[in-house]
Every structure is written in C-alpha cells, then in structure tokens.
Design a protein around this ligand. Structure first.
Ligand SMILES: Cc1cc2nc3c(=O)[nH]c(=O)nc-3n(C[C@H](O)[C@H](O)[C@H](O)COP(=O)(O)O)c2cc1C
Length: 174
C-alpha cells in the first residue's frame, strides 16, 4: 500500500504531524510519500492507494494551495480513499475540536468538491518566538480575546498525539 501525504505548513507543526503519521504508517508496513502541497506539479495522485492532506489555519484561512489543489484533483481524490486534517489553535478548545464544530474545517468541506472519508481536527502550537513582529502582536491579541496564553515567551504545543495516532489508524483501515 502506497500512501501520499501532502502538507501545508507555515511554522512547521503540520509538517511535524505529517511526519509522525508517516512514521506510524511506515511501521505498519506501508510505503509513504510526503510532499509539500505547494509543490505538487510532478505528482500523479492516481498512482497512490490512499491520499491524506493536512493544512494549518492562519487568520481564519487555509493556504490558497489547499482549495486550488483539491478542486483541481477532486475527481481522482474522490475515487481514492482519502482523508483530511486541519491544524489550528482554536481546536484546542473541546467544543471546537470535531469536524462538525470546527468552523474553518466545516466551511472548507461544505464548499469543497473533494469529500474526504476521514477528517482529523488537531490543535497546533503557539510559538511566539517564531513569528514576525506583526504576527506576534496579532496572535497575542487573538489569544487575549480567547483567554489564552499572552506571554510572548511562551511556547506551547497543544497537539494531542494520541488523537493523531488514532487518525493514523483510521487511515490505515479505510
Ligand atoms: C499569524 C498566525 C495566525 C493564526 N491564525 C489562527 C486563526 O485564525 N485561528 C486558529 O485557530 N489558529 C490560528 N493560528 C494558529 C496556527 O494555526 C497554529 O500555530 C498552527 O500550529 C500552525 O501550524 P503550521 O506551523 O503548520 O503552520 C495562527 C498562527 C499564526 C502564527
């Protein structure tokens, strides 16, 4: 079984999750190709047995390449077993941690011609030191509004790795 996993990541957390899934699937005996969703020109999605796409949220939106790729490839993606996962800070809140309650993901799926079989909602990381001045200031504001961590020395990984592993197992069995 050959799994293609594509990621869209600005600060590395979605890539880190994609790499953890890759290792889980390699350990289970699958062949895995990991690639950046921004660089898919040479990829033939139809050559794979399963496809998984992961993308992070920035100011309420996924990167443009997600909608571009999934709308262009929808016919082949819908033919294959496929899964999607989103990564965001908001998913750290229990009431925003399912495909139905995570608004960014729900809206993307509602508007998407691609309908993945499984959807994972993962919390990302808060790493002020990685952000430029404006991003740091705006993230601090976002965290303040959401009653979260506003100390700009903070570096918190909210990702629930058991949830990631559970998603990885669902992908193997789909
Ligand atoms: C500039 C910036 C804007 C963000 N905007 C949002 C947002 O609107 N909603 C949210 O839930 N998380 C938001 N986040 C949190 C990211 O989704 C989170 O840090 C995630 O781990 C980033 O994943 P990546 O490193 O793969 O890009 C934002 C983060 C940054 C740095």
């Amino acid at each position: 079984m050959h799994i293609l996993i594509l990621y869209s990541s600005r600060f590395g957390q979605t890539l880190k999750i994609a790499q953890a899934l890759k290792h889980q699937w390699l350990d289970a005996g699958a062949q895995v190709t990991l690639a950046n969703l921004e660089h898919t020109a040479d990829l033939h999605v139809g050559d794979f047995d399963k496809v998984v796409i992961g993308a992070s949220i920035r100011y309420g939106h996924f990167a443009k390449c997600l909608a571009e790729f999934t709308s262009a490839q929808a016919p082949v993606l819908n033919r294959l077993p496929s899964a999607f996962f989103s990564v965001s800070i908001l998913a750290n809140k229990a009431h925003k941690s399912t495909p139905e309650t995570h608004t960014y993901t729900r809206k993307f799926i509602e508007q998407s011609a691609w309908q993945p079989k499984h959807i994972g909602i993962f919390a990302g990381e808060l790493a002020y030191h990685k952000y430029h001045l404006v991003d740091r200031y705006l993230m601090k504001l976002v965290m303040k509004i959401n009653k979260g961590e506003t100390n700009t020395h903070a570096h918190i990984e909210f990702t629930d790795w058991n949830k990631v592993q559970q998603f990885g197992a669902e992908v193997l069995s789909m």
